[in-house]
Each structure stands twice: as C-alpha cells, then as structure tokens.
Write a protein that binds this ligand. Structure first.
Ligand SMILES: Cc1cc2nc3c(=O)[nH]c(=O)nc-3n(C[C@H](O)[C@H](O)[C@H](O)COP(=O)(O)OP(=O)(O)OC[C@H]3O[C@@H](n4cnc5c(N)ncnc54)[C@H](O)[C@@H]3O)c2cc1C
Length: 383
C-alpha cells in the first residue's frame, strides 16, 4: 500500500488550507447565525475546483483517485462542517451515480456543469416511511410514452434548495420489491418538481436539508440512470462510495479538535500549572490521538482498496461506523478539556460537537453499518 501524495495534491491541500484559514473560518459566525454559506465562498470553491473532485478530467473535473479525494476531504474537514457538507454531498452521493452508471450522453450533459459547480448535485432516497429501510420507498414512476411520471415525497435531502441535478430513486414495479426500484436523473426545472420546507437542524448550519415533492413530475426516458430495476443496488453502491469521503471529513474535524485541545491544555492554567499536567487530561489527549491515527490508517486503506477496484462494502461500512463514532468521542473529549469555554457558542468547539452528531445518522446510521458488516461476515463465513 502506498499512500504517498503527489506534489500536485500536496499543492492543492495547501491551497485548500489557505482558503479555509483566510476565507472560510472568518465567516464561521455569520454562517452559523444565518444558516447560509455566502455566495462568495461558493464562488471561490468553484474557482478552486472543489466541485469537480469526483468528476473525471475528460468532463472537466479533477478526476482524483479515492486516496487523493480523501486527502482533500481531510483538509476540508478542518473547517465548518455545514460548508463542507455542501461539497461532500455534491462530490459524493450527488454526482457519483452519474459518474458510475451514467450513459455517455448523460455524462456529457451533466458532468461538465457539475464539475464547474454551475450545477450542484443531490441524492434523493429517503422518504417519510423509508429511512433505514430504503427499499420501502413509495415514490412511483409510471412509464407514459417516452416519459416517466413520478409522484411522491422525499425528505431530508441535502443541497435540495441549491441543487439543479438530483439522483432520485422511485418504484417502477411495485411487485418486485427492491428489484422494482429505478434511479433517475431529475432536473429541478422539470415540470412537477417542487422543493418543500427547509429543516432547522441541531448543526451543519449552512448546509440545507429539505423536502422534495414530485407531483406528476415528468422525466424523459433517457434520464433513467443505469438499468430499470437496478436503482436500489445502485443507491447502495453510491452510498458505499460516499462513506470514505465522509470518514475523511470526520478525520479532518477530529484532527482540528485534537490540535485545539492540546494547545488549550498546554496554555490553560489551573492550580498554578497547565491543565495538561493533569494525567487525566493527558490520557484524554492520548486516547484522542490514538483513535485519530487508527481512523487515518483505516480511511486511506479503504480508499486505496477502492482505487484497486476491490469490493469494499464491508470495509466502507466499518470505516463509516468507526469514523463517525470516533468523531463523536473526540468532540466530547474536546468539550471536556475546554471546560466552560467548550460550551460557549463564540468558540468553535461546541459547533464541532453539534456537527459531529449527524455523522452517526446520515448516509446510513451506525446501527445499519453494523448490520451491513454482519451480513458480509455471514456471507464470508457461510461460504
Ligand atoms: C441532516 C440530514 C441530511 C440528510 N441527507 C440526506 C440526503 O441527502 N439524501 C437522502 O436520501 N437522505 C438523507 N438523509 C436521511 C438519512 O440518511 C436518514 O435520516 C437515515 O438513513 C436514517 O433514517 P431515518 O431518519 O428514517 O431513521 P429510522 O430508519 O427510522 O431509524 C431510527 C432508529 O432505528 C434504528 N434502526 C432502524 N432500522 C434498524 C435495523 N434494521 N436494525 C437496527 N437498528 C435500526 C436506526 O439505526 C435509528 O437509530 C439526511 C438526514 C439528515 C438528518
């Protein structure tokens, strides 16, 4: 295994770091209070190529390998999670379906505009009655001539208000269960498409999560993504692909929290000495550092395996599970080490603490990751 980063990727990491430090971080308070990422930051992100991370070079993207992608996501994880979720969802679940299953025509129509960030991508699977049990979706897609007509509702869709292109799962054959689900590429301008309420959330401010309504939504037949009946399997593959990126962003956030906590422990004096001198604080930091290093190795190993074309369903689920649980433990310890100021909104620690919580829920809960791992184990040991 070789995780050595090329000079180009190191340069890009440095550019991202510089952008985060000088432009994103200073906007933190405003983003938190207004629940809105300023257009200027989105524009600057476009200029840096951050909307094209997952898209092949022939379609105007950066065509990064999974290892390189994780290196950039790790850097992005060090800043406002709401901002990085916009990029994470676009580059992950929002565009990977078209990159992986799209026809040449679909790729030519969508990917160049997605790579430039002109068109933001989103992924719409979850419904009121179908969360963890995604195969239970009720949105229907009925063929009428050269079109499919979609009816139904999606909830909790990241990037929904800003996105132009949605990968949408709907039922084309209600008698075939999961095998009756098909994925579609839906544009927000298609007749019958409507964005509903934007949810207020505990964290991830700046990233918008909203409902979608399809009321006789007309989708041309050429916008079926992959084969009819393969939408559920495609959705699982898209989600598995997104897991390494999500873990890499969690890794960056953990590293940020360790850096801040260590510096704070060395500076903060109580009982006439730095709190770092208390063995329990040293142990908190040692536990954080050890888990972060483990997560780093797992992240790059899974990314490297994916780059070799290996089936990483089990490993990606383990990584998503471990990464999100470590992020929550690290954020909790960071608040504890900071004491009162760790709970105060003027200081970034409480924001990371709130933002960490969603990682155990979206793109498959921790419980569901355990189910996936166990199912893979059963397969391996039963064979
Ligand atoms: C901020 C945010 C952004 C999101 N973005 C998107 C998006 O872009 N696109 C999209 O399609 N969805 C998105 N989601 C939806 C998200 O993926 C789901 O919320 C998640 O999969 C859980 O589904 P649920 O909320 O219906 O919980 P439920 O499925 O109702 O689960 C509730 C609890 O029961 C547990 N549980 C359920 N079934 C089992 C089981 N079989 N075994 C063990 N435990 C189980 C769960 O782990 C959980 O603890 C987003 C959600 C949020 C909050």
């Amino acid at each position: 295994m070789d995780f050595t980063l090329s000079p180009e990727i190191l340069q890009m990491k440095a550019a991202v770091r510089d952008f985060i430090t000088h432009e994103v971080e200073p906007a933190a308070r405003r983003i938190e209070e207004e629940d809105q990422v300023p257009d200027s930051l989105i524009e600057a992100s476009r200029a840096l190529g951050l909307f094209g991370i997952s898209i092949p070079e022939e379609y105007g993207g950066l065509g990064l390998s999974m290892v390189d992608k994780c290196a950039i996501f790790e850097e992005l994880g060090q800043t406002i999670n709401g901002y990085t979720t916009i990029l994470g969802a676009h580059n992950g679940i929002g565009s990977v379906g078209i990159v992986t299953f799209g026809s040449p025509e679909q790729k030519s129509r969508y990917l160049p505009r997605m790579a430039s960030g002109e068109w933001v991508g989103a992924f719409a699977l979850t419904e009121p009655e179908a969360g963890s049990n995604a195969a239970a979706i009720r949105t229907t897609a009925t063929k009428k001539g050269t079109r499919y007509v979609l009816n139904g509702q999606k909830i909790y869709i990241t990037n929904a208000p800003e996105a132009h292109v949605f990968t949408v799962m709907a039922v084309t054959d209600p008698y075939r269960g999961a095998k009756g689900i098909t994925s579609f590429i839906v544009e927000k301008t298609f007749p019958g498409f409507r964005v509903g309420t934007v949810e207020k959330k505990m964290g991830l401010h700046g990233s918008h999560t909203a409902q979608l309504y399809f009321e006789d939504l007309e989708v041309p037949e050429e916008n079926v993504l992959g084969q009819e009946g393969e939408g559920y399997v495609n959705a699982l593959k898209i989600l598995a692909n997104g897991r390494a990126g999500l873990a890499a962003r969690a890794l960056g956030s953990c590293q940020y929290l360790l850096d801040r906590s260590t510096r704070y422990a060395l500076e903060r004096q109580q009982f006439e000495k730095p709190i770092f001198e208390q063995q329990i604080i040293q142990h908190y930091l040692a536990e954080m550092a050890t888990e972060i290093e483990t997560l780093r190795w797992m992240t790059y190993r899974v990314a490297w395996m994916a780059d070799q074309g290996a089936n990483v369903i089990k490993e990606a689920a383990m990584l998503k599970l471990y990464g999100s649980e470590v992020y929550n433990r690290v954020a909790d310890k960071a608040v504890q080490i900071h004491g009162g100021i760790g709970y105060i909104a003027d200081y970034p620690i409480e924001r990371f603490y709130r933002d960490a919580r969603i990682t155990r829920i979206y793109e498959g809960t921790s419980e569901i990751q355990k189910n996936i791992i166990a199912a893979q184990l059963k397969k391996e040991y039963a064979e």
